[in-house]
Design a protein around this ligand. Structure first.
Ligand SMILES: NC(=O)c1ccc[n+]([C@@H]2O[C@H](COP(=O)([O-])OP(=O)(O)OC[C@H]3O[C@@H](n4cnc5c(N)ncnc54)[C@H](OP(=O)(O)O)[C@@H]3O)[C@@H](O)[C@H]2O)c1
Length: 361
């Protein structure tokens, strides 16, 4: 039986460790990827801290990965995913699909070849946030994005709702940055966002029409009456109260889950009351594959937008540690709120051949 190493939480409330797991057999639609880089997402911190979908143990933290294809489940896998191809992916559960292990079983529909001219470090900073932004806009806010039906469209026709005022709350988040860029390229011209002052110029350059400081006590009176809202933070005290009372009568509001509650817990529903007529959509981006067009999102839309320069990858910051200590370091940063407009990246060095594959810092 072949085995590989993984970073794992073996039971609730213990430190992460490195364990050895049997390497699963691939189904006909899966590839096996030897991971070289991972970038962490806040979801792992929410999961570990609140015991959210961590069972059955051991729980492997997830995120984005870059790695090399080392096995294919069948000859019907897309030819570009050949042995030796360098790929990037937002890969998630069950356990064998989680990023923080040497060998990850990735559905071919979640894998893309890294385009020429794009570095591994750029690639690892894109998938989960791009997928979340695209899914939230397309499915939860009902914006028909080009590429969901035709991935070859170069300059999309503005959708019918491109004239509507949009609010992206938290434009400096990794999801918010992609949402701004996707809306801008689709011809939206009335895009309000919130961020701290130091991000204003960058967010205007990415496509925001105007930016307001989320810490301004009068921010609610400045954001107008948006008809489409994407809350990229989801916080009972720090985001929802600031726009829930000013949205337009028939607005649609999408809120990234989980919502952080005042008492420190998290909620997978949106706790705030909105006026009748407002549609509130809690966003579950990991369910994106249930919707039409999803099969193109990671394999073709994501690499094309990156290759063409229609999106800029998020900034990255190297974690100081690797292995279980590196993930612990990332969790600590998420808890402390010190991850600002960046992805935390780590080499997947758990011993053996992985170290040879990891790119130089
Ligand atoms: N449900 C889903 O499908 C899904 C998908 C992806 C992400 N998420 C969740 O969405 C949240 C954000 O994820 P992320 O990776 O995009 O975050 P991130 O990039 O780590 O976000 C950090 C940024 O948030 C900004 N920020 C902090 N408080 C804010 C506030 N009150 N208003 C506006 N901006 C604020 C900070 O801006 P400054 O630098 O200006 O302080 C900081 O730069 C996480 O809780 C994550 O779990 C959910």
């Amino acid at each position: 039986m072949s085995t590989h190493k993984a970073i794992a939480l073996e039971e609730p409330s213990v430190p992460l460790t490195v364990i050895t797991l049997p390497t699963p057999t691939l189904s006909a639609t899966q590839i096996l990827v030897r991971t070289s880089l991972v970038s962490m997402t806040p979801l792992s911190a929410h999961q570990i801290d609140h015991n959210l979908l961590t069972a059955p143990f051991p729980f492997i933290p997830g995120g984005n990965l870059v790695g090399t294809v080392v096995a294919r489940g069948s000859d019907s896998i897309r030819p570009e995913l050949h042995i030796g191809a360098k790929v990037f992916s937002y890969s998630f559960g069950p356990r064998e699909g989680k990023a923080c292990q040497e060998l990850v079983v990735v559905e071919q529909s979640r894998a893309a070849v890294i385009p020429m001219g794009v570095t591994d470090l750029e690639a690892v900073a894109v998938p989960d946030s791009f997928v979340s932004a695209w899914h939230s806009l397309n499915v939860d806010l009902g914006i028909p994005l080009a590429g969901s039906s035709d991935p070859t469209t170069a300059v999309p026709q503005p959708p019918a709702n491109a004239h509507k005022p949009v609010l992206i709350w938290g434009g400096a988040t990794s999801v918010g940055r992609f949402a701004l860029q996707i809306l801008h390229r689709h011809g939206f011209t009335d895009i309000t966002t919130t961020a701290s002052l130091r991000h204003f110029d960058e967010l205007l350059a990415l496509g925001a029409s105007r930016v307001f400081d989320y810490a301004d006590p009068n921010v609610s009176s400045k954001i107008g009456m948006p008809q489409l809202v994407l809350d990229c933070i989801g916080d009972e005290a720090r985001t929802l109260p600031f726009y829930s009372t000013v949205v337009a009568h028939h607005a649609t509001v999408a809120v990234l889950l989980p919502v952080r509650m005042r008492d420190g817990s998290i909620s997978v529903t949106v706790p705030t009351e909105f006026a009748s007529g407002v549609t509130v959509r809690p966003v579950h981006a990991q369910r994106y594959e249930k919707y039409p067009g999803a099969e193109d999102l990671q394999p073709s839309i994501m690499p094309r937008w990156l290759k063409e320069g229609w999106i800029k990858a998020c900034r990255t910051r190297w974690l100081r540690a690797t292995g279980a200590a590196g993930v612990e370091e990332a969790l600590h940063e998420f808890r402390a709120g010190t991850v600002k407009n960046e992805k935390l990246v780590m080499k997947m060095v758990l011993g053996g051949a992985c170290a040879e594959n990891a790119p130089a810092r």
